[in-house]
Ligand binder design. Structure first.
Ligand SMILES: *[C@@H]1O[C@H](CO)[C@@H](O)[C@H](O)[C@H]1NC(C)=O
Ligand SMILES: *[C@@H]1O[C@H](CO)[C@@H](O)[C@H](O)[C@H]1NC(C)=O
Length: 404
């Protein structure tokens, strides 16, 4: 990092092309640091400009399209929002390092009265399967005494009755048109997962924490709004899991993502693959912020989850698709890595604390029940050693089947 620059008015940088080019990241970070050092410090008036030269322009992970004030052929002029740039230069350079939340990350400086407009957001599209999940998610967030708004984006497949339930659970509802993934197979489970991109259109907010509807929150997450776009938990060494991400809404960012919807691939056809192409430089939350419920050891019968988790992400069959006293992931050999009695119990604790009228959205249909019983029968005849198939189920949801 250059140290010898003092006050500058304009930075001019030639940026190399290439999405995963490390030199490109270095150039972007040097520019960001020069700007922050120059414009932020005592006496700085925040009036700094950057001219980027090069076909692809700067990385949008660091320089927002909202700050472009002029562009022509290979030249783009930005007047960056230094508060946001400062947040980014405070992050570790490599996403292999866990970013730490600290007050220095809070947008402050100069405008101490600045109050970030924040919200949690989730998306429901294409079917009602996750309505119960979203209701439990909202209730779990409220149970942590969060002070943030709760926004739910729903497409036309969510019935008025479900929308009323979701509203009663705490969500403010916004209707959207779903977005098809050009990389998904027709009628695949993830065909419309690109609907999630609509969260960038919520420009009445500065910062959002998006949460998939198959998570619940156990410990307050409000302090994580201090992290910049895009922060997430690693799915593996390189990719982030898109089930919980912090983002900064922006209409031009939404349009940029839509423009690249075909050119960027997606390793799984879903939004996670796409977003990992769009945001190659991201900030790593501790894994307890989005605890992926999966166990590598197939014979570990206990499967206790740690007790300091912020969330649980219910991979595999969702709790409300099983019995209350019985995690049906145990019954399928390709799902057992997701089975955990202690994680299952946590979800049902949120359910138990919900008002009765919300519980009614979490019933079993005859079809769901039949599926559980079918797999239980298979587990029994295979004689699975964990013996969960022996449990005498008391779940009252079995006696009153839900109509869908
Ligand atoms: C939430 O607030 C209530 C009422 O002030 C309090 O009793 C409860 O302990 C709080 N819960 C958490 C998780 O902080
Ligand atoms: C895609 O969306 C569907 C339906 O909401 C959901 O079941 C699935 O888990 C999502 N998959 C990915 C990869 O995001």
């Amino acid at each position: 990092m250059p140290r010898s620059y003092e006050k500058v008015d304009v930075v001019v940088a030639r940026v190399p092309d290439g999405v995963r080019d490390v030199f490109r990241l270095q150039v972007n970070l040097v520019v960001a640091n020069v700007l922050v050092n120059s414009g932020w410090e005592e006496g700085g008036d925040g009036e700094v400009y950057v001219v980027f030269i090069g076909r692809s322009g700067p990385m949008w992970e660091i320089f927002r399209c909202d700050d472009i004030i002029f562009e022509e052929s290979d030249y783009k002029i930005y007047k960056p929002d230094l508060k946001r740039v400062k947040q980014k230069v405070n992050m570790p350079v490599g996403s292999c390092m866990i970013a730490s939340s600290s007050s220095s990350l809070q947008p402050a400086g100069g405008t101490n009265t600045y109050k970030s407009r924040d919200a949690y957001v989730t998306v429901l599209h294409s079917s009602e399967t996750y309505v119960c999940g979203a209701i439990a998610l909202a209730q779990s967030i409220l149970q942590t005494n969060s002070t943030k708004d709760l926004i739910l984006l729903a497409d036309a497949s969510i019935s008025p009755k479900s929308l009323r339930g979701l509203k009663a659970a705490g969500w403010k509802i916004k209707l959207i048109q779903r977005i098809r993934s050009p990389h998904a197979k027709k009628s695949a489970y993830n065909e419309y997962n690109y609907s999630k991109l609509r969260i960038w259109q919520l420009t009445e907010y500065d910062k959002l924490i998006f949460i998939d509807s198959d998570l619940i929150v156990l410990n307050n997450l409000d302090s994580f709004f201090s992290y910049p776009q895009l922060s997430a938990v690693g799915n593996d060494k390189y990719m982030f899991n898109s089930g919980l991400i912090s983002i900064e809404p922006s209409q031009c960012m939404f349009e940029t993502l839509m423009k690249n919807i075909v050119t960027f691939g997606s390793y799984n056809g879903g939004d996670q693959g796409f977003l990992n192409e769009a945001f190659t430089w991201w900030h790593r939350f501790h894994s307890k912020v989005n605890h992926l419920k999966v166990f590598q050891d197939p014979n570990n019968g206990k499967r206790e989850i740690p007790d300091d988790l912020h969330t649980i992400h219910y991979l595999g069959l969702k709790p409300w698709m099983c019995y209350k006293d019985y995690d049906c992931n145990w019954d399928m050999s390709d799902r057992r890595r997701y089975a955990s009695d202690s994680a299952h119990k946590k979800w049902w604790e949120v359910y138990d604390a919900m008002p009765g009228k919300l519980k009614s959205f979490c019933g079993l249909t005859k079809k769901m029940d039949a599926r559980i019983q079918k797999w239980r029968g298979i587990a029994k005849s295979e004689g699975f050693r964990d013996g969960h198939w022996k449990i005498k189920v008391k779940d009252r949801r079995r006696t009153v089947h839900m109509m869908l």
